[in-house]
Design a protein around this ligand. Structure first.
Ligand code: MN
Ligand code: MN
Length: 309
């Protein structure tokens, strides 16, 4: 059976390129595998589209139902972030850089998770350990994933391993200026013109279970907050709709990548608790948090502590 390599829902560049890279590695090691993603190619986020185009990579095929399939998970290990019926699939491998999720298996599997900034960094090590050369186009995708996940090395999740991986991958991919590449990606990612507010909210969005409370956290990485000034009201309306669908809180991180901070928009049943979690004060349902760049390393841990997880 062909192993479907798949990243999390609402796929980002890491989930897309890690699926491509790990499928390539598995195939090189004699395991038949194909890259998949939880998205149709035509609605893939604009940053990932640019990356696939730039390096001539084929978009992974859409996978929405995992029942009866052999799957390898990249960039996540939470059932809630997987395709439908993941519990009825056979998970044969996991490569990740997040906290360990709730996926369980009946058999021993390859489980490789490291506290680094990107799955691409872990995969770069795995290629080297396996003695498998990374194809040029695949290296380009992995390189972009590391730049994206680490916000061009500015995120607190970024490690020396990520920087070392970029230094190696840029040579393989034939890229001289990774700053210029990152700015191209940022411009594509942060383009909001003509995009419906709900699509913006879900562009990079995850639901979390916090002590039985459903909490959604979206993030838009922007070159400047001015980009969303005109759609702010519509964004808050979209958040209210999503919150009304059984959520305790919905947060939207409007992250200014240049100023290195986040305007945190909060709709919550308990706004005082969220204020306390971030030592901030909400005004018109938002607060500026200096230095907040990472949902995973800053926003979610603070929320988990506030909810007593
Ligand atoms: Mn990801
Ligand atoms: Mn990642």
């Amino acid at each position: 059976m062909t192993v479907c390599v798949v990243g999390h829902s609402n796929p980002d560049t890491d989930s897309v390129t890690a699926a491509i890279a790990y499928a390539a590695l598995l195939n090189a090691q004699g395991t038949e595998a194909k890259a998949c993603m939880q998205s149709e190619a035509d609605v893939l986020n604009p940053e990932s589209k640019l990356v696939l185009d730039r390096f001539g990579l084929t978009a992974p095929e859409a996978l929405s139902d995992a029942a009866g399939k052999q799957v390898a998970l990249v960039d996540f290990s939470d059932i809630g972030q997987g395709p439908a019926n993941l519990v009825d699939a056979e998970v044969v491998a996991i490569v990740d850089h997040h906290k360990i999720g709730d996926v369980t298996t009946n058999n021993p599997i390859l489980f490789r998770a490291e506290p680094v900034g990107c799955t691409g960094t872990v995969l770069n090590k795995m290629f080297k350990e396996a003695g498998v050369a990374i194809p040029k186009d695949v290296a380009g995708g992995m390189l972009c994933a590391i730049l994206s996940d680490t916000v061009n090395f500015k995120s607190p999740t970024c490690t020396d391993d990520d920087k070392a991986a970029v230094a190696e991958l840029k040579g393989v991919a034939g890229i001289d200026d990774t700053d210029a590449l990152f700015m191209d990606m940022l411009k594509a990612k942060s383009a909001v013109d003509g995009v419906p507010a709900k699509d913006l909210l879900f562009r990079d969005y995850k639901d979390f279970d916090m002590k039985g409370n459903k909490v959604g956290v979206g993030q838009l990485e922007l070159a400047t907050l001015d980009q969303v000034a005109d759609v702010r009201e519509e964004l808050m309306k979209a958040m209210a709709d999503v919150k009304a669908d059984g959520r305790h809180s919905v947060l939207l991180m409007l992250t200014d990548v240049v100023k290195e901070g986040t305007d945190l928009v909060v709709l919550s049943d308990d706004p005082a608790m969220i204020e306390k979690a971030f030592s901030g004060k909400l005004e018109n349902a938002s607060m500026w948090i200096d230095g907040m760049m990472s949902r995973k390393k800053q926003t979610v841990p603070n929320l988990q502590e506030a909810f007593g997880c």
